[in-house]
Ligand binder design. Structure first.
Ligand code: ADP
Length: 255
């Protein structure tokens, strides 16, 4: 009886050990898959602007081209270089957020001023497109990292501008609850299909790759947004209808 009990215990322990090894092996496999996907996504994001830069600079170098064609090619080379810069900036930003190099330094932060500042900084972009920006703000002080939150507003507002056709409207509003405040950024843009709603925060995810090329995105903006919000103990939600627009709602805890 005694023997049987010992054997049973050991077997049980071995079983538990085997289970944790299997679990660990599976996790390692998932991490390895993520690493491979990441490398192939980064390579792809580098490759496509480089192909343009190589092609157009070769054409400029070899051919006797009319002035307006030269200008157009130089413009493309400039835009594609900007794309590469944005990619490297965003990769560094994400890596540093994930590695927690910059410790989270929360200070009193005037949320309404932060939002207003982001709208003013983006004015050249939205006014050039003939967009209207409406603000419905009131003074609210949070405890937050102002650099990080300003990145959030820049990315969300930047997307609203990128994905809203000329003449549309972007509205920023604040709603307060007892323990939290919600910032809503609503646009009258192209919207996001229901099947993509929960994937758009993934790194490098783009709803429409062909469309995104023309607006220069790299699919990292919302991954950065989501990481910063979760560092702040907040949440992000999205409602969208194709052809009608999208509303991103960021809820942050109140002090
Ligand atoms: P990107 O740099 O490509 O804009 P993001 O991570 O910021 O990357 O966004 C991921 C994808 O989500 C975008 O490629 C776009 O397809 C979609 N998206 C984000 N914001 C909006 C929006 N306001 N309206 C429509 N689509 C959006």
């Amino acid at each position: 009886d005694f023997d049987a009990r010992i054997r049973f215990t050991r077997k049980d322990e071995l079983g538990t050990l085997a289970d944790s090894f299997n679990h660990m092996a599976q996790k390692l496999q998932e991490i390895e898959q993520m690493r491979q996907d990441f490398v192939s996504n980064v390579s792809h994001e580098i490759q496509s602007p480089l192909t343009s830069i190589k092609g157009f600079s070769k054409a400029l170098h070899e051919g006797e081209l009319p002035d307006d064609t030269r200008k157009r090619y130089l413009q493309i080379i400039h835009e594609e270089s900007e794309r590469l810069s944005r990619l490297s900036e965003n990769l560094l930003r994400l890596a540093s957020l994930e590695a927690k190099h910059h410790p989270f330094r929360p200070f009193p932060y005037a949320l309404d001023e932060g939002l207003r500042h982001a709208v003013i900084a983006a004015e050249p972009l939205w006014s050039a497109k003939g967009l209207t920006v409406e603000l419905d703000l009131r003074p609210i002080i949070l405890i937050a990292d102002s650099d990080q939150l300003s990145q959030v507003w820049t990315n969300l507002l930047g997307n609203a501008i990128k994905y809203t056709p000329p003449g549309g409207t972007i509205s920023l509003s604040l709603t307060e609850a007892e323990n939290s405040v919600t910032v809503s950024i609503r646009d009258t843009g192209i919207g996001i299909p229901a099947e993509d709603l929960d994937k758009i925060y993934e790194r490098f995810y783009k709803v429409d790759k062909a469309r995104d090329r023309s607006v220069g995105g790299n699919g990292l903006g919302l991954a950065i947004v989501k990481t910063i919000i979760s560092i702040h103990g907040g949440e992000i939600a999205l409602e969208s209808a194709v052809g009608q627009g999208s509303t991103f709602s960021v809820t942050l805890p109140k002090p």
